[in-house]
Design a protein around this ligand. Structure first.
Ligand code: KG4
Ligand code: ZN
Length: 346
């Protein structure tokens, strides 16, 4: 990889791990030049969740037009691209393959390296794209549809896992609970919206593992508690809003308490929040208050970069290339990793 090290460096990022196709162009000196996301929400809505085969096919349809859109918006010629970064995992296998094969083919066609990127590392580093970015080291709370993790981050590739979810991820719990309350897909934003109209505390839900003394999470019991409530009482719309509000209180209380405990334990005053659930307003309020309570601060990605996007993948790829990482020339052979623990990265 010789071309990629010439500065400034322009990296295309390609994200296709689930139900969003994201493409971006990042310049190592000028920052994010352009990005575009196509969400498949409307397509999956009728099924109440992501249909993997439909997701893969839609990624294939969207990748080229999105790339053209981004290059036009950034007034960038293809010959000015220095590298391609793409999500290689974790995620849905077929969806990952769509993006990975496109990225590898594009790299070969342009004669530039294609770099596989870990989706969660993309989320983790996404707050560094903000104007007011945190410095290393920091504690990171990763809250997405598939993961709930607390990490201690001391640099690019230096991730120590402090705690993980033992069952459902926070986003998954939001999605499943939303379904129980008769809300559409994706459930997280819908449940948050309903919660804003309800009153927490009218029904009482557990705060799972709040006092476990470690950084593990468990949200499946909370979802079951909501199921029991719904089955036993056939709630009115107003009562459903109260359940949604109490559910949101329970999840955000546990997340905030454990995040601040991790900061205390590591004596760090910077907390980074990444992943789709990081868009939740109540979670932000709670985290801001908890960190202010210890004289610390919370850093978030730009709101549009909280959920899946190509910008975080382009940025992450650029950071790795700037560190001197040299992707092997694939000669058409590449691998995706639908399951890929983040702390296996270096
Ligand atoms: O990071 P992300 O876009 O995709 C994954 O990598 O999983 O996160 C998606 C998750 C979904 O579970 C969605 O319901 C949740 O983030 N989410 C929210 C909100 N916005 C998105 N959950 C709670 N409140 C929100 N405002
Ligand atoms: Zn994600």
């Amino acid at each position: 990889m010789s071309k990629g090290r010439i500065l400034p460096m322009r990296v295309v990022g390609i994200e296709s791990s689930c139900d969003e196709t994201g493409i971006a162009l990042y310049d190592s000196e000028k920052g994010l030049l352009a990005h575009a996301v196509h969400t498949q929400v409307a397509m999956h809505e009728a099924y109440g969740g992501v249909v993997p085969e439909l997701a893969s096919r839609d990624h294939v349809r969207r990748l080229i037009p999105l790339l053209e859109q981004v290059l036009t918006a950034a007034a960038c010629q293809r010959s000015e691209i220095d590298a391609i970064a793409y999500t290689a995992g974790p995620g849905l296998a077929g969806a990952l393959l769509a993006g990975a094969s496109f990225a590898e083919a594009l790299g070969q066609a342009l004669g530039v390296p294609a770099l596989p990127v870990h989706h969660l590392e993309g989320h983790l580093l996404s707050p560094l794209l903000a104007a007011d970015a945190p410095e290393f080291p920091f504690i990171a709370l990763l809250v997405s549809g598939g993961h709930t993790q607390l990490m201690c981050v001391s640099g690019v590739g230096k991730y120590e896992l402090l705690g993980d979810s033992l069952d459902d991820a926070a986003g998954e719990a939001f999605d499943k609970t939303a379904k129980l309350l008769g809300l559409g897909y994706p459930g997280g934003p819908a449940l948050a919206q309903l919660a804003a109209t309800g009153r927490p505390g009218r029904c009482k839900l557990p705060r799972p593992m709040l006092h476990s003394g470690d950084f593990s999470f468990s949200f499946s019991g909370l979802k079951t508690a909501v199921l029991t409530l719904v089955r036993n009482s056939d709630p009115t719309p107003a009562e459903k809003a109260d359940i949604a509000a109490e559910f949101q209180e329970a999840v955000t209380e546990v997340l905030a308490a454990k995040a601040v405990a991790a900061c205390r334990q590591r004596r760090l005053l910077r907390l980074v929040v990444a992943g789709g659930v990081g868009a939740n307003r109540r979670l932000r309020e709670r985290l801001d208050a908890a960190l202010a309570g210890i004289g610390g601060r919370v850093f978030y990605p730009e709101i549009e970069l909280c959920t899946d996007n190509g910008a975080m993948i382009a940025f992450c790829g650029a950071q790795r290339l700037l560190r001197g990482e040299t992707p092997a020339v694939s000669h058409g052979a590449f691998a995706i990793r639908p399951r890929w623990p983040l702390d296996q990265l270096s």
